[in-house]
Write a protein of this length. Structure first.
Length: 414
């Protein structure tokens, strides 16, 4: 049977004892307060003795409520008092959360918020590149700095570090673009305000187009040496050299994209956003035929990685072989260094030297803009001279060559 309530020495404060649970030597007590609101009795529980409540504390609460009722100000019941306290506590918690959010470091936000979110939107290659930039160049400068505290000197240091290490302007711009994207995402989350600090920077006009291309002798030495280390890398290199494919296009190539009968390759979702055709002949055909001997699944990659999926980057074997051959010895200009992309540049350069039209080169390379192809024009000056020579003598037997010139005067409009 539930125990009845008992009075305390404070008028309006009562308690009842728990039937079984004890607090110290006595049964635990639950205190209540009783007061009048608008002429009606109201009773509210204030808490157990085991939770720290005492008759004195209950009496102080009762006194505060009675005073509020008398003045008409403040909470006029224990429920209102608790609601107000909870509101204040919620505000404090929110302020603390906001402060923590605004104090989050660039490194923490990148790894825990930005990068997981961007995984849902970007291609694997972009994700790998961004993480590499973060670890190599951004984290050493920004990892422990609050996003809101990133300033001009921090970004200037990143640019200086990358420049001194010989990184191309395109790489520097990419690094700053990643910082800008992180900032924009943080701004959308209410962590920062205003424009990204990267907007204050202009890296300069981009000029990192490949200038160097391989001679036939260099290309042969490179392919022969690659073949001694990795047949996969050698075959990828030959496909870029003789068909003009980008590394990413080679990685994504499936057997369904290869038409052996017509000796064509369809390249889907290329860098320009459109598909295009590439064409091959005997040397590349031999590569495909050799690879077909191990069985062909239309959906499988022509050059699968060790786990059967697509490669993410060219094997380091390529760079090691280039170093062994000394192809970059004494060369400081990044545009003159031999990298995998040099093979594609060599493909276009060789075609131009042999009289292939710039229009054909543009289509074979998949250039979205003609200006990208124009850099190969100077490699075939004799071809352009030959094109111009077709006009030699065109005026000698024409009527305009023997007839006197006439001047036609126009009347000025009134």
């Amino acid at each position: 049977m539930r125990k009845p309530k008992q009075a305390t020495s404070f008028p309006g404060v009562r308690f009842r004892e728990h039937e079984e649970r004890k607090h110290g030597v006595r049964f635990d007590r639950y205190f209540t307060i009783r007061y009048k609101v608008n002429g009606k009795d109201k009773e509210e529980g204030v808490g157990w003795a085991s939770a720290g409540m005492t008759a004195e504390k209950a009496n102080r609460l009762l006194g505060e409520i009675r005073e509020n009722i008398r003045t008409g100000k403040g909470p006029q019941s224990l429920a209102e008092m608790r609601a107000e306290t909870e509101k204040i506590n919620d505000g404090k918690r929110q302020a603390e959360e906001d402060a923590q959010k605004r104090a989050v470091s660039f490194g923490t936000f990148f790894e825990e918020s930005y990068f997981p979110a961007t995984k849902l939107k970007k291609k694997e290659g972009s994700l790998v590149s961004e993480m590499a930039l973060f670890k190599k160049w951004l984290a050493p400068v920004l990892a422990s700095i609050s996003l809101r505290e990133i300033t001009y000197p921090h970004l200037e240091k990143i640019i200086r570090n990358m420049t001194e290490a010989g990184r191309a302007k395109r790489s520097i711009k990419y690094a700053l673009a990643v910082v800008s994207q992180v900032w924009t995402y943080a701004r959308d989350k209410g962590i920062v305000d205003g424009d990204s600090p990267t907007k204050k920077f202009t890296v300069g006009k981009l000029d990192n187009e490949r200038v160097r291309f391989l001679t036939q002798e260099e290309a042969k030495r490179l392919l022969d040496s690659l073949g001694k280390h990795s047949l996969d890398v050698r075959d990828m290199a030959k496909l870029s050299l003789l068909c003009g494919l980008r590394a990413g296009e080679i990685f994504k190539l499936t057997w369904a994209d290869v038409d052996m009968e017509n000796e064509t390759i369809i390249l889907r979702n290329t860098k320009s956003g459109e598909s295009r055709y590439a064409y091959f002949a005997g040397d590349i055909r031999a590569i495909f035929e050799e690879r077909m001997k191990s069985g062909v699944n239309r959906e499988s990659y022509v050059f699968p990685s060790s786990n059967g999926k697509t490669h993410m980057r060219i094997s380091k074997t390529f760079a090691r072989v280039v170093k062994e051959l000394g192809l970059n010895d004494g060369i400081e200009d990044p545009r003159q260094k031999v990298v995998f992309h040099t093979l594609r540049h060599t493909f276009a350069s060789w075609l131009s030297q042999r009289g292939t039209s710039l229009y054909s080169i543009q289509n074979l390379m998949g250039h979205s803009e003609y200006r990208m192809t124009q850099r190969y024009a100077h490699l075939n000056p004799e071809g352009m001279r030959k094109d111009v020579r077709v006009l030699d003598g065109i005026l000698e037997n024409s009527e305009s060559a023997t007839s006197p010139a006439r001047i036609v005067r126009f009347r000025r409009a009134e």
